[in-house]
Design a binder for this molecule. Structure first.
Ligand code: AP5
Ligand code: MG
Length: 215
């Protein structure tokens, strides 16, 4: 099964990609996570990407497309693309990559959410810098402040999870990414899920709908 998940910042793309693995194992390809890894390792790509990410802007298309071509060349089946494509040129590039590798998309899942809910969620998001375990200062606090319950590592906040950058990320989403809904609707691949209450309560239904597409 080959899936795209797209939605506003904080809609729950990462949460869905991790939790849907209880039904089937997928390779989770998150362009945001890939860029953050490069930033942490201080690679040339990381230096370039951080300038854009900290402003809430998209990293240039040719850089991102090359990254995805490389990832899909290694994987080719049962994957979730989280955060790619993010505009129409990237969607067209993905069509070319999939054609080159003879891969068919199963569906494009659009996670819809109210902007104010997202800001509240993201300013409270933290994760462990060692094991990556996610926390939320409202709904999932660590037992000891700033310390991971799982491994004792330090909890950190993403550099782009401050209110000003979140608003820019949202503007970028509205202008560049939201038009993908029409693009994939025209291809008969769009599945829309309202995520104001979170993706987890919807997961069984989403999986049932996706599984039906494969029959
Ligand atoms: P990326 O890492 O993809 O960030 P994003 O799109 O802004 O989305 P997030 O990862 O913040 O949110 P999510 O939808 O994964 O939600 P999550 O599950 O964590 O991209 C970052 C940057 O990289 C971009 O801005 C851009 O600069 C660059 N980039 C990436 N891809 C690119 C591309 N293709 N082209 C160019 N540039 C690119 O959930 C959010 C929070 O909500 C969590 O804390 C979670 O615990 C909490 N939560 C979930 N459900 C609930 C609930 N029911 N109640 C309360 N809290 C909840
Ligand atoms: Mg994410």
């Amino acid at each position: 099964m080959q899936l795209i998940i797209f939605g506003a910042p904080g809609a729950g793309k990462g949460t869905m990609a991790q939790n849907i693995q209880k039904y089937k194992q997928f390779s989770h390809i998150s362009t945001g996570d890939l860029f953050r890894r490069h930033i942490k390792e201080k690679t040339d790509l990381g230096k370039l990407a951080s300038d854009y990410i900290e402003k809430g802007l998209l990293v240039p298309d040719e850089v991102t497309e090359k990254l995805i071509r490389h990832e899909l060349d290694m994987i080719r089946s049962d994957f979730i693309l989280d955060g790619f494509p993010r505009n129409i040129p990237q969607a067209e590039a993905l069509d070319r990559i999939l054609q080159d590798f003879d891969i068919k998309l199963t569906a494009c899942v659009h996670l819809e959410i109210d902007p104010e809910i997202v800001i509240e969620r993201l300013v409270n998001r933290m994760s462990c810098q060692d094991c990556g375990a996610p926390y939320n200062l409202v709904i999932k606090k660590p037992k000891v402040e700033n310390v991971c319950d799982e491994c004792g590592g330090k909890l950190t906040q993403r550099a782009d999870d401050n209110e000003e950058t979140i608003r820019h990320r949202f503007e970028t989403y509205r202008a560049e990414t939201e038009p993908l809904a029409r693009y994939y609707e025209n291809k008969g691949l769009l599945m829309t899920v309202n995520c104001n209450e979170g993706i987890l309560t919807k997961l069984d239904q989403v999986w049932e709908d996706l599984a039906a597409l494969e029959d």
